[in-house]
Design a protein around this ligand. Sequence first.
Ligand SMILES: Cc1cc2nc3c(=O)[nH]c(=O)nc-3n(C[C@H](O)[C@H](O)[C@H](O)COP(=O)(O)OP(=O)(O)OC[C@H]3O[C@@H](n4cnc5c(N)ncnc54)[C@H](O)[C@@H]3O)c2cc1C
Length: 599
Amino acid sequence: MEFNDGLADTEVPTTSAVETEVLIIGSGPAGASAALFLSSLGVSNIVVTKYRWTANTPRAHITNQRTMEIFRDLGIEEQVLAEATPHDQMGDTVFCTSIAGDEIGRIRTWGTHPARHADYELASPSLNCDIPQTYLEPILVKNATERGSHTSFSTEYLSHTQDADGVTARVRDRLTGHEYDIRARYLIGADGARSKVAADIGLPHQGRMDIAGSMNITFKADISDLVAHRPSVLYWVIQPGSNIGGIGTGLVRMVRPWDEWLIVWGYDISGPPPELDDDAARQIVRNLLGVADLDVEITGYSLWGNNEQWATHLQSGRVFCAGDAVHKHPPSNGLGSNTSVQDSYNLAWKIAAVLRGWASEDLLETYSAERAPVAEQIVRRANRSAREFGQIFDALGIEDGDTEEQMRAKIAERAADSPEGARRREALRHAMELKNYEFNAHGVEMGQFYTSTAIASDGSPRPESDRDPELYYRPSTVPGARLPHVWVGDAAKTLSTHDLAGYDRFTLFTGISGQAWAEAARQVAEKLGVPLEAVVIGPGREVTDLYFDWAAGREVHEDGAVLVRPDKHVCWRSHRMADDPAAALTDVLTGILKPGGEA
Ligand SMILES: Cc1cc2nc3c(=O)[nH]c(=O)nc-3n(C[C@H](O)[C@H](O)[C@H](O)COP(=O)(O)OP(=O)(O)OC[C@H]3O[C@@H](n4cnc5c(N)ncnc54)[C@H](O)[C@@H]3O)c2cc1C
């Protein structure tokens, strides 16, 4: 991909309005990544964002494999890994009465269990990692800006109007109070859970906001001696008050190993909001850590509401919403920032395709068709995961309203040499196993499947693991599924199939006896003006099937073909060579993109 210099003539103020191709509201994971994707595709864009800098609290952190392989595609994976806590330090997730107190159980998470690790290794060229949002957003903004985005901090979106040719947005410079218009062909509202853009276009929503109260407390304290021997990014605390509000139970979350932390602690949202000051925050920290005189530096605190709400449609005309603007849910499963980046990855190439004239505007409708079901799925999953903590409380016999003493006695009872003790231990084992749906939900993370007019179905059903589709991902080339990753290459290099399918083009995979597809792809690309490249996998070709994994997993014959979109989802496949491969490819691409249609 070639990047523009960010100084496209169209962005020079002409009359009263500043002009650009795409205006993005917000520089969080959804907005900053949209800017990165668009700039990488040579689409001019302006980001306006309300505050003077990126996220000021380390909210999102778990960055899953799907997001990491997107970062790999954009050439920033190494930058992210350099700031991240690596995969192998993420997963000894502990449940305890306090960090220094009794350990109730442990579960290996994020694919770190030896029995799960292979699934993760096999699924993607990239492993998951933990990078706090405060570290990730600057990487996204820096790269987007280097590649051409104009980023205006301290600038607030106020309103917009749209017409047949574009969108005019009113924004305010918060330093000077100066208001001005930005004229764009398209607008992306990536302005978070309280999105004004989504409200302005009246996106339809289902579900509810503010169903439980949570507080975040950030602090510094070196507690290596309590945690480094059981390294994890999450330590869950069950103690009096931890079943009130919040995200399931009390959470002590690593921000930087092992001296920077974030606590999530619940409160009853039906009552008045708790009054927090440094002393109150310090007391909560000491309670959850279980060290009465711990030397703690409180660095911040805030209150926030847990939501269970998703938009059922993500677009109105030339205006799209992405990220928390269209899916609002607790942090359980770590899906928020990940899904936000993935929304933008789905949308940006489509906007580029329309702006560059190789697709009609119909393609943009598929953003909603493909991503709204994902929004609903992840909101439901995250909320269910938060509720499933209830089974741990049930297993321990803890009930709402138990006094501190009753709660401690019940937790202690799991150690009793009695039928009740044995029953509690068994119930606890099952309750802990259920948490795999929060912490090892590989199928949820990797198995997103699209059905829309941008996918030419061959009638095959959605591929799902015959184990548990939420826990296990099943690679497949069924149109709509994500391109399976396997390692290919030659004596000098090893590459993922994903490395061969760039974000700036369609890619057609075939084998040696399918070479006529490659010639057809060249002709069709030229005729339609659609960026399309073919990759022939086999000995003596661009890459060889190093481990024979492509042959084992491609699900078509060697003379068949698998067509992959820029976002690495399969949009069509042919099991065998067609009588006229150029005609077959022309049909499928015109069906998906409708180039030359109304643009
Ligand atoms: C405690 C906690 C832990 C979490 N952990 C994870 C995790 O491990 N993994 C994960 O994937 N997710 C996690 N999340 C969720 C994640 O933080 C969000 O899903 C993510 O930030 C959403 O990104 P976004 O870009 O859509 O919105 P936001 O990050 O909210 O960004 C919104 C942007 O819009 C801007 N903005 C708002 N209004 C305006 C306006 N009027 N004009 C201009 N700009 C405006 C803001 O300045 C901001 O830049 C967690 C959340 C919390 C609270």
